[in-house]
Design a protein around this ligand. Structure first.
Ligand SMILES: [Zn+2]
Length: 160
């Protein structure tokens, strides 16, 4: 037993310190303002299969107000840390898509991306090389890569 363990004497200063530290505003989740009245709720997954085995999925969220969709990539075994907070942004002229690489295997075979209708997209391969892929009408046109739109496959499994 020691006198120094006793809280007598300074409880008030502790209280004050705690209060001043909590002066920082409570963290309000940053909801992506897709419209004036965002109501983003979970819609459905798109499962990614290899040989009929699910190796990952794309979670699809949707705003009930403006119907804009948000997608999130999930690899099997890795828990998603984000929910509404940090909802990935997408521009009005982009669509959520999955790029499938014929050169890779397993979880490296696919990647969630945002495609514009036409043009090029920089795609990072699993060995961290940046390559240019051609987009035609929201689809990758390439000998070694293909793509599909996530929203075309809600509630289904896509064999890659
Ligand atoms: Zn919205």
């Amino acid at each position: 037993m020691s006198d120094s363990d006793a809280p007598s004497g300074k409880p008030q200063s502790y209280t004050r310190k705690t209060l001043s530290e909590s002066d920082e505003k409570p963290q309000t989740p940053e909801i992506y303002k897709c419209c004036n009245n965002p109501q983003i709720t979970y819609l459905a997954p798109v499962n990614i299969n290899i040989d009929e085995r699910t190796i990952g999925s794309v979670d699809v969220w949707r705003c009930a107000s403006c119907m804009k969709a948000f997608c999130e990539e999930k690899t099997l075994g890795i828990d998603s840390i984000s929910d509404i907070v940090g909802m990935p942004r997408i521009e009005d002229d982009e669509k959520w898509a999955v790029i499938v690489s014929k050169l890779q295997k397993g979880k490296d075979k696919w990647k969630l991306v945002k495609l514009k209708q036409n043009g090029m997209i920089k795609f990072e391969t699993s060995d961290e090389k940046l390559i240019d892929l051609k987009i035609e009408d929201y689809k990758i046109v390439d000998d070694f890569h293909s793509s599909f739109l996530a929203l075309d496959h809600i509630h289904t499994a896509v064999e890659i």
